[in-house]
Design a protein around this ligand. Structure first.
Ligand SMILES: [Zn+2]
Length: 219
């Protein structure tokens, strides 16, 4: 989702950012592959227009709602509607345990999903655990970026996930004991081949996995 937007994609983003002519913009949503609404206010009418325009959408592959202001039920609805969606970014959203239950169910029931970027510093462990169950049962989810407290990593990565690529954006680097628990939780995911971590971890602890330093790849 860091790839440059096409002219049509940028134009739709600009319409959502501004005040003008949103109804025309949403009528074009069936033509684009990526919808980048990071940081956009999507309350009230805007959310209604968006969900109506994406009803039974079969073209959208990537949806970026990072830090968008929108009621959390909306993303659960959108996941259900956009059957082709492969990549979803909801970083910055702090799901409660109750809010995570329907969202995690939507993730699990969305077989096209390949990449999920999620997390907020204040999200609690029980919400991560609910998501972890859905992820471990997902048939094809290959890639995750988790913005997460290091102490919660074991709640979502409990082994047996289909993940091949993983990036951890850890917000509270603890001591060596917590690093060791994170290392064990990560290693229990046997499909994993590529890992991006903050400083402080030991690459030799992850045999067979390509480990990158987050400072280099930071987005
Ligand atoms: Zn910790």
């Amino acid at each position: 989702m860091n790839v440059k937007l096409s002219t049509a994609e940028q134009e739709i983003r600009d319409r959502f950012l501004g005040e003008g002519d949103l109804e025309n913009a949403v009528s074009d949503l069936g033509l684009i592959k990526r919808l980048d609404l990071h940081g956009v206010e999507l309350e009230g009418t805007r959310a209604v227009l968006l969900t109506a325009a994406l009803k039974a959408n079969r073209t959208l592959l990537s949806l970026n709602l990072r830090g968008a202001h929108v009621e959390k039920g909306v993303v659960t609805t959108l996941l259900g509607q956009c059957g082709a969606l492969q990549c979803l970014d909801v970083r910055g959203w702090c799901f409660s345990h109750e809010e995570m239950i329907p969202f995690a169910a939507a993730v699990k029931e969305h077989p096209a999903l390949r990449t999920l970027r999620i997390g907020a510093e204040k999200m609690d462990e029980s919400a991560w655990r609910v998501l972890g169950e859905a992820v471990s049962e997902h048939p094809r989810l290959k890639s995750m970026i988790l913005a997460i407290r290091c102490c919660h990593v074991a709640a979502i990565l409990r082994g047996g996930t289909p993940l091949v690529n993983l990036t951890l954006e850890l917000s509270d680097p603890c001591g060596e004991g917590c690093r060791r628990r994170v290392t064990e939780a990560v290693k229990s995911n046997e499909a994993l081949r590529s890992l991006t971590l903050p400083e402080g971890f030991h690459k030799e602890d992850f045999p067979g996995i390509r480990v990158s330093d987050q400072r280099v790849l930071s987005t």
